[in-house]
Design a binder for this molecule. Structure first.
Ligand code: ATP
Ligand code: MG
Length: 421
């Protein structure tokens, strides 16, 4: 008989195991606790949607829709896509569930896996996780500032203080066409010198030339007109107020005139949080305002603002300064004999109900091997339960860190720990 074939996880997808998982849980817990204080509630949407949710929402000409989506036909012949990001799904959910009928603004956060068919490399996966937040129903710059400040507190609470907030405004339907014209006029004499991607962008989405990483394109755009010099009065006032509020809330920002973001749906504010400690994939969070997306997806006119942050990149940063914690049991019960093991199970059951982590030795294992196991698990205490203990009702305990030992009556086991820790 041939030996069974061993399967591997798909390229760009990975298992997350202890101890790293404790950092993941910390990130997720911090987000849900802090975001709740800002009035955000969780929204869970399916990981798969009709392809149109993303192609219309994110935009046909974007990298994500053109190259990165996991799209397939289901058995009923429908085109299905695994979500590459959260905003388009959140908007679909908002419209479908008529959440605009609830008091404005509506604030939601989400977390979960996203899928993009990209070239896997450090910090770039095909299944990765995002935590995101979206505010629906307010056009006020106060919302942009409040959400960015929330994000800063989230990152600071995780101990990630030295991050850069880069902010820009890419205008609206009213002023962006004029800016596009100015850009086209600027690049017209040099289109032949742009990289092939930018030559395409020149025709379809000239703003994206501004964030091309090719050195020649960077040189060519040195004197390009700045979007913030072409904003209409409304966009200009929005941007000024946002910067004032960021200052007031101590969000350290720099204005980056070249940050236009790769998604079509943004209007006015765009922002990114980057870290120098991440190497090539240095973006931790990205977001911005999308005042037309809900309407474009069949909902009522609803201005909105949101961001998404990649959990892998946050965990990578945390691991640079923090060893993932290795939690240990509070009590290991070494039981000698079947009767003692039965009694140990009852004691463990009661303690676990109180959320105390208790481990039990293998039934019938020797005291020596059970002590070895307690040691390996770094249990705080070992309880020893043998015939003597069963008869007297007094359990022997030992603290492994300093070797102190004593006895505790079975009835007092519950209060034993709270008194000793
Ligand atoms: P990048 O410039 O790294 O390609 P992006 O502009 O595609 O990022 P967004 O779509 O705005 O990123 O997603 C927001 C965040 O999600 C990023 O800042 C990053 O932390 C994370 N992210 C995006 N794509 C990936 C991926 N393939 N693997 C891991 N994390 C990712
Ligand atoms: Mg990308």
């Amino acid at each position: 008989m041939s030996s069974p074939e061993r399967q591997k996880a798909l390229k760009g997808m990975k298992d997350v195991l202890p101890p790293d998982i404790y950092l993941w849980q910390k990130v997720e817990r911090t987000a849900s606790e802090l975001f709740s204080a800002y009035g955000f509630r969780e929204m869970r949407t399916p990981v798969a949607e009709a392809t149109a949710v993303f192609s219309r929402g994110i935009g046909e000409g974007t990298d994500i829709v053109e190259k990165e989506m996991y799209t397939f036909e289901d058995k009923g012949g429908r085109s299905i896509t695994l979500r590459p990001e959260g905003t388009a799904s959140a908007v679909r959910c908002f419209v479908e569930n008529q959440l605009h009928t609830l008091p404005s603004p509506q604030k939601y956060y989400y977390l979960g896996p996203m899928f993009r068919y990209e070239r896997p490399q450090s910090g770039r996966y095909r299944q990765f996780y995002q935590i995101g937040a979206e505010v629906f129903g307010s056009a006020a710059p106060a919302v942009d500032a409040e959400v960015m400040s929330m994000l800063r507190h989230f990152l600071m609470r995780l101990g990630l203080g030295s991050l850069n907030f880069q902010v820009n405004s890419i205008g609206c339907e009213e002023c962006r066409p004029g800016y596009k014209q100015a850009l086209l006029a600027y690049f017209a004499p040099v289109t032949g010198d742009l990289c092939p991607d930018c030559q395409r962008r020149y025709l379809h989405n000239p703003l994206r030339i501004l964030d091309c990483k090719v050195r020649r394109c960077i040189e060519l755009r040195k004197d390009a007109p700045r979007v913030t010099e072409h904003l209409c009065t409304g966009c200009e006032a929005h941007f000024r107020k946002l910067l004032d509020l960021l200052k007031l809330l101590n969000v350290p920002y720099t204005v980056n005139h070249e940050m236009v973001r790769g998604l079509d749906y943004y209007t006015r504010t765009t922002f990114e949080v980057t870290s120098e400690d991440l190497g090539a994939q240095n973006a931790v969070t990205a977001g911005g305002r999308y005042d037309n997306l809900v309407r474009n997806c069949g909902g009522p006119d609803t201005p909105a603002f949101g961001f998404a942050t990649g959990i892998e990149r946050i965990v990578d940063l945390l691991k640079q300064t923090l060893l993932p914690p290795e939690p240990a049991p509070a009590i290991f019960i070494a039981a000698l004999g079947e009767q003692a093991h039965d009694a140990a199970m009852v004691i463990a059951d009661g303690l676990r109900e109180e959320h105390i982590w208790v481990e039990l030795g293998e039934p019938a294992a020797s005291l020596k091997s059970q002590m070895r196991k307690a040691d390996r698990l770094s249990s705080e205490y070992v309880f020893i339960l043998g015939d003597d203990e069963l008869n007297s009702g007094l359990i022997s305990w030992k603290r492994l860190s300093d070797g102190t030992a004593g006895k505790v009556s079975r009835a007092d086991v519950g209060s034993f720990l709270s008194g000793r820790r």
